[in-house]
Design a protein around this ligand. Sequence first.
Ligand code: E4P
Ligand code: PEP
Length: 478
Amino acid sequence: LLAPQPATKPLTARSVLASPVDAPWSPGSWRNYEAKQIPKYDEEKLRKAEEELAGSAPLVFAGEVRTLMSDLGRACKGDGFVIFGGDCAESFDEFSVDHVRDTFRVILQMALICTYGGGQPVIKIGRMAGQFAKPRSSSTETIDGVTLPSYQGDNINEDKFTAEAREPNPSRMVKAYHQCAQTLNILRAFSTGGYADLSRLHNWNLDFVEQTQQGSQYRRLATKVEESLRFMRAIGVDTTTPEFTQSNFYTAHECLLLPYEQAMTREDSTTGRWYDCSAHLLWVGERTRQPGLAHFEFVRGIQNPVGVKISDKASPDDVIEILDTFNPKNVPGKVTLITRMSADKLREHLPSVLNRVKAEGRAALWVCDPVHGNTYTSSNGFKTRDVAAIKAEIQAFFDVHEQCGTHAGGIHLEMTGKDVTECVGGDMNAVTVDGPRGLDTKYLTHCDPRLNSAQALEIAFMVAERLRGQAGLPAMLD
Ligand SMILES: O=C[C@H](O)[C@H](O)COP(=O)(O)O
Ligand SMILES: C=C(OP(=O)(O)O)C(=O)O
């Protein structure tokens, strides 16, 4: 149903133009605008990679994208909660079936905790099958007097510190595409092939999490859900239907590497509209979301639901301009605003933005990314985040939404199913700066620090209690 998009022209000189809502748009119109964070490629090699991608199968389909849009639309109106989770940056060397499965199952566990706790549908979205390209604060890195381009993700260059490795290579986009296809294949098999069946919910606990407080809390919760299922079966409910045995799972990534995104954009023959078939949802990052830039132009024309990262630098006017451009028809579910500020800045800044969006009657789903505003370098040189600061930002997010009468609609986490030691803190089995569970024990990330599975579950239990509180229910596990 989806016609391949023909190969694209090489990158051209950029001009800085505004992106009026009604100006003509095409998948390549971003090339007339200044593009930040996109590497300068060898043009002939880039053209070949784009052609190969444009002739490849879409990774997701327009119908799936529309289903996500309607799920997000319900959440936008207050009925639903979104969990986004996955690696900061997917990589070629960490890829394996187990790696995909372990992240998937922690997200399933988190969703079960929040569904049971909050009594709301939970929409599961993996930062998976496409989350490769990374925007960097500095375009270069200097070590011992040698300056090279910064590592920007495995679909752009390699993190090894040599001139050859850091050279942007367009064939890496094609390699990444093939890994995405495998990842999606695994995710589709796990979500619909029996693994996500609610009757297996005890098996989702990872071995190393079993030993933690979160693992035993999860076991108790799973037992309660099992009892509910037994009761339902006893009164004649059929628990072998897809509602019980399958799970909708969607993918998302930052819409950063526009040559890749354009090559994956296809016209839906049933509607004549353009869908970016690299993922169900694409978001624009804090560093590239400004009007008049190439990313803003590309995103305004695709029919996928889109996310926009919002730091404390975004004024209420900026947010209204984003909504005017990306969602001129004010469709609930079209735009998800992902705040990432740190707790203090969020308490100070978010109310004016929420009040303005609410006063103008704009449809926006609000999600909290509590990790990107809380990154710092530890005394022993690791880029890290503190679980306490992450939890504080989520609490602030719920508090501020309660004050403003708006819906706290989800969380967005850099996390993994592995027992990594990249973020400090945690209730049990805490990661510390040094020592037996010091940051250097299992620090594997290719860019930013991820929560490990016990830390992610701890956050899910906290969120579930907040959702319960909103619904006037007593604590879940007393
Ligand atoms: O994930 C977000 C960014 O890519 C990342 O935080 C940038 O890191 P840097 O400041 O080390 O470049
Ligand atoms: C780069 C990211 O976030 P931000 O744009 O908020 O910094 C990210 O989520 O990977």
